[in-house]
Design a protein around this ligand. Structure first.
Ligand SMILES: CC(C)(COP(=O)(O)OP(=O)(O)OC[C@H]1O[C@@H](n2cnc3c(N)ncnc32)[C@H](O)[C@@H]1OP(=O)(O)O)[C@@H](O)C(=O)NCCC(=O)NCCS
Length: 178
């Protein structure tokens, strides 16, 4: 389930200084396969998926679903962000809006993930006012830990799952000042 309740989907493409957040298109297929087959991207996510399996499972355009944004730099996909509810892979995240982010390694180190996730969280705060967002990441995933802190996620707990220490954090929208 990726139900975002009353949220109107898709929103108009979200533009930041350097990027556009939009729905997947057929032209994103190769980059999507590259992303999900990348050992570097999958290093803290249980590993990459075999390229041929991905290609078979995705004969056409990458699937669209509420809360899934492709991140586009100058017309090419460099990553994707999910803001979805109830995927429930962890008890702590069940039924709550959860942020996920995956970027191609060549796009790391430019602040693109922070810029795109910040815009996605702003959009979410407007779409579901007052609703917090949670995030789970391995503590060994240093880049992801730094990004979570930069976005304003605060630690709720750490626990062991999938054979590794997990960090579970929460982000709350800033209430508009009166
Ligand atoms: C997690 C992940 C998205 C982080 O990517 P990232 O590029 O490090 O993240 P940011 O967008 O915050 O970029 C920060 C880096 O950009 C640099 N940077 C360069 N130009 C910048 C700019 N204009 N603005 C901001 N930062 C900039 C920063 O100095 C920093 O570099 P450093 O880490 O070498 O010091 C990426 O590593 C990834 O896709 N990992 C695999 C998937 C994954 O594990 N996801 C977690 C599951 S929830």
């Amino acid at each position: 389930m990726t139900d975002l309740g009353p949220v109107v989907w898709p929103p108009a493409p979200i533009r930041t200084e350097r990027l556009v957040l939009r729905e997947p298109e057929a032209r994103d297929r190769a980059a999507t396969v590259e992303l999900l087959a990348s050992p570097e991207v999958g290093a803290y996510l249980g590993g990459a998926r075999p390229r041929d399996e991905l290609e078979r499972a995705m004969p056409g355009a990458p699937g669209r679903r509420p809360g899934l944004f492709v991140v586009d730099l100058d017309g090419a996909m460099i990553g994707r962000i999910t803001l979805t509810k109830g995927t429930g892979h962890l008890r702590q995240a069940a039924g709550r809006a959860e942020l996920g982010y995956l970027f191609l390694p060549r796009a790391w180190g430019h602040g693109y993930a922070a810029e795109a996730c910040g815009a996605a969280l702003d959009w979410f705060a407007g779409a579901l006012p007052g609703e917090p967002v949670v995030l789970a990441t391995q503590t060994a995933n240093v880049r992801s830990m730094r990004l979570a802190a930069k976005l304003g996620f605060l630690e709720v707990e750490r626990f062991e799952a999938y054979g590794a220490e997990q960090w579970f954090g929460e982000w709350s929208p800033v209430a508009p000042s009166a």
